[in-house]
Design a protein around this ligand. Structure first.
Ligand code: HEM
Length: 593
């Protein structure tokens, strides 16, 4: 792994003058501000091809440092303590770009201000990757509400004014949201293209998700999840909970196991048939071992997910590759068919895979791995942050437990350990505004999702008071963490306030302001517009169910009540809810009921 002291071309740019620009359609040109416009020298060693400017211009041979070699990727460790990995694959196509490096320029008229960054090909990628929020805040200060960043070969126009967000939604005619999702999914999960235009399938995935995660389908998911959470918390973890003694565990580890196991059972059903089965308990144990094994594979694969999105091939990561294949094996249709209580989502997806696609068995299975990942990767950290903030805030904990007690009482649900499970339906769970506010606040503080749209053609982006030319294939992006941490919208934005999303009546608060104007977009962990997460309602219900059951059955506390809030692991910035950079010890024991 390289740990570069980032080099630059000798000589500094002329003040106020960007040193590079895109010549439409011709790739990159570079000019050192000393006036050099050199041909890049090329040298070959077995398996590698190095490019370098002449020694006086690029003393550290940036090309070599970045490992620009034929089909050999580089991983750059920023060494800034943030665990950030930025991965760049430089293929022969990029080599062509590098070959044409030689000159200078600036943004074209009518385009947003351009930040090229100092690194050829990478542009601003390293700085952006190290801390996107700080980077974008700095550029916002410098350029205003819209600017363009060159990031790893792409031009990304960031809209930072929340009053401009609707411009992105409105101009769907010129902007594509699907291509990026389709390409990312195929790259990360290893199935063939799911873009109907490419002929492997005619399934409309978006419609499948809406149909099976919302409306009536959601009721069934909620019911199954309630049952599974109790099975996992009480029966499956029974050996740990034998006596009335405290169990100490990492909070993230706990949330991860409970949510993964329950969520997996809810979507992919159970191996065992629970009715009148003499060997039930040994079958349950085997099933649990399989799911925990799937969790290990999930974690191994999930670790390198940002690298896959950045374009690195999975073959570089042997154990993650093998983990993804094992997840695929487990979700082969022939194995799913042996399970009871498959969700409507999985049943319908299997049917559509079989009837509308030409995927082979493993590709079909990998489309299920994609669903498994989408259903868990954000939910697990969101559950952790919610419970962590509750444990840190006695006032929030009191309000939340009281709300749950009231709802249980109204529903005439009693809490016991005699095997009768608590049941709360969707309507009852919807009647918990305090939990809603707590979950929202925890996600506001931990979410770093990014909304992307790709320009289908050259067009003019109309914002509130101005307009900008956007070129075909450029990306227009929103980074809502800017909005979530804006002190004008959220006073004291880094502080957890459990009732931030409640109004004076104790109902959901929806009026948030900036510059005295009411905002339409103020909370976006689930994205927005057409591509908004189709599983968002289920996700919030899952977390509420988890909390309601924790409060009902367990006493729970932090091992160190003064423990500091863990920092956000920035390596997943742009992908959703960030994980904590370290786990936090907590303890729990069964209540004496
Ligand atoms: C706290 C939990 C969750 C968060 C924060 C979250 C967030 C997101 C975000 C930001 C997107 C991308 C939206 C965009 O591109 O603009 C997304 C997509 C998606 N999410 Fe979630 N999600 C969560 C839970 C879930 C759950 C539980 C499921 C399913 C059971 C799910 C299923 C999906 C699917 C299938 C997509 C892709 C949609 C498409 O491409 O049509 N998500 N999610």
């Amino acid at each position: 792994m390289l740990n570069p002291a980032v080099p630059s071309c000798s000589g500094t740019p002329e003040p106020g003058q960007p040193t590079r620009r895109r010549a439409r359609g011709t790739g990159w040109q570079l000019k050192g501000s000393t006036g050099c416009s050199h041909q890049l020298a090329q040298s070959e060693s077995p398996g590698h091809r190095h490019f370098s400017c002449h020694p006086g211009c690029c003393p550290f041979s940036i090309w070599k440092l970045l490992g620009i070699t034929r089909n050999v990727p580089s991983i750059l460790d920023l060494g800034n303590g943030s665990n950030t990995l930025l991965c760049v694959l430089v293929s022969s196509r990029e080599e062509e770009k590098v070959r044409t490096l030689s000159l200078k320029a600036s943004q074209q008229q009518g385009e947003p201000p351009l930040e090229n960054g100092f690194l050829p090909y990478l542009g601003c990628a390293l700085k952006f990757g190290a801390n996107p929020l700080e980077f974008l805040k700095e550029k916002q200060k410098k350029h205003g509400h819209i600017f363009t960043c060159h990031v790893a070969g792409k031009y990304i126009h960031f809209l930072t004014d929340p009053f401009s967000y609707h411009a992105l939604m409105r101009q769907g005619k010129h902007l594509d949201w699907k291509k990026f999702h389709f390409a990312t999914s195929a790259k990360a999960f290893g199935h063939g293209s799911i873009d109907p235009a490419e002929g492997n399938t005619t399934e409309n995935f978006h419609q499948t998700f809406i149909r099976t995660l919302q409306g009536n389908a959601l009721d069934a998911l909620i019911e199954a999840m309630m049952e599974n959470l109790q099975y996992v918390m009480l029966q499956s973890r029974a050996p740990k909970l034998q006596s009335n003694t405290w169990v100490t565990e990492g909070l993230y580890t706990f949330c991860c196991q409970v949510m993964f196991e329950s969520g997996f059972l809810t979507l992919f059903g159970k191996e065992f048939n629970s009715n009148n089965d003499k060997n039930l308990s040994s079958k349950q144990e085997t099933e649990r071992a399989h799911i925990l094994n799937a969790l290990e594979n999930f974690k191994e694969f999930d670790k390198i997910f940002p690298a896959l999105v950045a374009g690195l091939p999975i073959h570089l990561f042997k154990s993650a590759h093998s983990a993804r294949e094992k997840l695929g094996e487990a979700l082969l249709h022939k194995n799913l068919l042996k399970r009871d209580n498959l969700s409507e989502l999985v049943t319908l997806r299997m049917f559509l895979n079989d009837t509308l696609s030409t995927f082979d068995d493993m590709e079909k299975a990998k489309t299920h791995v994609a669903v498994l990942w989408a259903s868990q990767a954000n939910t697990i950290p969101a559950t952790f942050w919610t419970l962590f903030y509750l444990l840190k805030s006695p006032e929030a904990m009191r309000a939340a437990t009281k709300e749950v007690q009231n709802v249980l009482e109204t529903a005439e649900e009693s809490i016991s350990l005699d095997g009768k499970h608590i049941s709360l339906n969707r309507k009852q769970l919807d009647n918990m505004p305090i939990l809603d506010s707590i979950i929202k606040e925890a996600m506001r503080l931990s979410s770093a999702s990014m909304t992307f749209r790709v320009a289908k053609e050259d067009f003019t982006l109309h914002l509130e008071n101005d307009f900008y030319n956007i070129r075909k294939d450029d990306v227009v992006a929103l980074y809502p963490q800017l909005l979530h941490f804006d002190p004008e919208i959220y006073a004291d934005p880094l502080t957890f306030k459990y009732d931030r999303f409640l109004n004076e009546k104790g109902e959901e608060k929806t009026d948030f302001y900036r510059n005295g104007r009411k905002l339409k977009y103020y909370y976006m962990p689930f994205g927005t517009g057409i591509a908004k997460c189709p599983g968002r309602l289920f996700a919030v219900h899952e977390i509420k169910q988890f909390l309601a059951l924790i409060f009902s059955y367990f006493e729970i506390e932090l091992v160190d009540s003064n423990v500091k809030c863990p920092s956000l692991d920035q390596s997943r910035a742009g992908l959703g809810i960030l994980q904590p950079s370290n786990d936090i010890d907590f303890r729990y024991r069964m209540k004496c009921l």
